[in-house]
Design a protein around this ligand. Structure first.
Ligand SMILES: [Zn+2]
Length: 286
C-alpha cells in the first residue's frame, strides 16, 4: 500500500492503449472528438483521452511572474463562484475533523482560496499549484506561498512523509496525467489515521450517458457534452471516473472510504469522497 510505481511520464512516449487505471494493454479509441479521442479500457471500462500535459518547469518563487491587469482581473472574476464552492467544501471538511492546529495540504490550490479559508480556520496550510500565475496571485491576494513542485517531487515524498492530517484534492483528479499514481504519492504524505478529501466529475451520471447514446445514434456526429467534458488543452479534463471506479481506486491504494456524496442526475455533477488512511498502514520504504 502507498507504494509509488514507476510510470511513463513523457506524453510523447506514452502508449494510450495502456489503461491509465488498471494497466491492461488493450484500450482503444471509442469516441473520436474534434480535437481528441476518448480511449476506453475493455477490462475496467476506464475512459481517458490521448493527451498528457507536459508540466512547466518549476519557477523559483523569487522569479514568479508579475501579475498583469488582465490576469488579475480574470482570476478575481472567478473568485466569487469559487468562494461559494470552497465554503461548502470547508463545511464538509469541518464536519470530518477540527482544523485548528492541523497540518493541511491543498493539492491543485489554484488561486489559493481554499488554502486561505483553511488558514482562517486555524489550520497550518501548504499548497501545491503548478501554474506560476496562480501562485503569484495567491501571494499577492492572500499572502500565501504555494509550491510549484508537484506531489511526486522529492521535496514532498522525502520531506513530508506521513506528515499531513488532511490533504484536499478539489477538482484535480480529472485534470492530472496519472490519477492512480497521484493518489499513491498523496497517500505517502498523509499521517496514519489522516484524511483525504476529493471531488471530481462523475461519469456514470445521466449527462454522460446521454452523450454516449447521442454519439452512437449519430455515428459520431453529435457527441453532446463529450466535446466539453474532455479537452487536449493544458490542465483540462483528461479522464472521468465512475463512482465505482473511484472507490475501487482509493481502496486499492489503501484508504477506507468514510463518506461519499453524489447524485446521478445533476449536470456536470461531482462526487465527493472522504477517505481515511488506516492507523495500521505504515508507508512502504522508498
Ligand atoms: Zn483498465
Amino acid at each position: 500500500m502507498f507504494t509509488a510505481t514507476p510510470y511513463e511520464s513523457d506524453s510523447r512516449n506514452y502508449h494510450f492503449k495502456r489503461c491509465k487505471l488498471c494497466g491492461a494493454e488493450s484500450a482503444s479509441p471509442k469516441y473520436r472528438l474534434k480535437k481528441t479521442a476518448v480511449y476506453v479500457c475493455p477490462v475496467c471500462d476506464f475512459h481517458y483521452i490521448n493527451y498528457l500535459d507536459n508540466l512547466p518547469p518549476v519557477v523559483p518563487d523569487e522569479t514568479l511572474p508579475e501579475l498583469d491587469h488582465k490576469s488579475r482581473s480574470y482570476i478575481e472574476s472567478c473568485l466569487p463562484a469559487n468562494e461559494l464552492q470552497h465554503r461548502t467544501n470547508l463545511q464538509l471538511v469541518k464536519r470530518q475533523t477540527p482544523l485548528s492546529g492541523k497540518q493541511c495540504l491543498d493539492i491543485g490550490a489554484g488561486a489559493g482560496l481554499f488554502a486561505h479559508l483553511l488558514t482562517e480556520s486555524g489550520a497550518l496550510v501548504q499548497g501545491i499549484e503548478p501554474q506560476a500565475i496562480f501562485r503569484a496571485f495567491a501571494r499577492e491576494k492572500f499572502g500565501i506561498e504555494l509550491r510549484g513542485e508537484t506531489v511526486d517531487a522529492d521535496c514532498w515524498q522525502q520531506g513530508f512523509r506521513d506528515f499531513f492530517d488532511l490533504v484536499t484534492l478539489w477538482d484535480v483528479f480529472e485534470h492530472v496525467n496519472f490519477p492512480a499514481e497521484l493518489l499513491q504519492q498523496t497517500g505517502n504524505l498523509i499521517k496514519p489515521g489522516g484524511l483525504l478529501v476529493l471531488d471530481t466529475p462523475r461519469r456514470d451520471a445521466l449527462y454522460y450517458r446521454i452523450s454516449e447514446w447521442s454519439y452512437r445514434l449519430s455515428k459520431g456526429a453529435n457527441p453532446l457534452f463529450l466535446e466539453s467534458l474532455y479537452s487536449p488543452l493544458p490542465f483540462r479534463h483528461k479522464q472521468i471516473f465512475t463512482l465505482r471506479q473511484l472507490i475501487h481506486l482509493v481502496e486499492r491504494t489503501g484508504f477506507t472510504v468514510s463518506s461519499m456524496n453524489s447524485s446521478l442526475f445533476q449536470m456536470h455533477n461531482k462526487m465527493v469522497l472522504v477517505c481515511r488512511k488506516p492507523e495500521s498502514s505504515p508507508s512502504s520504504p522508498h
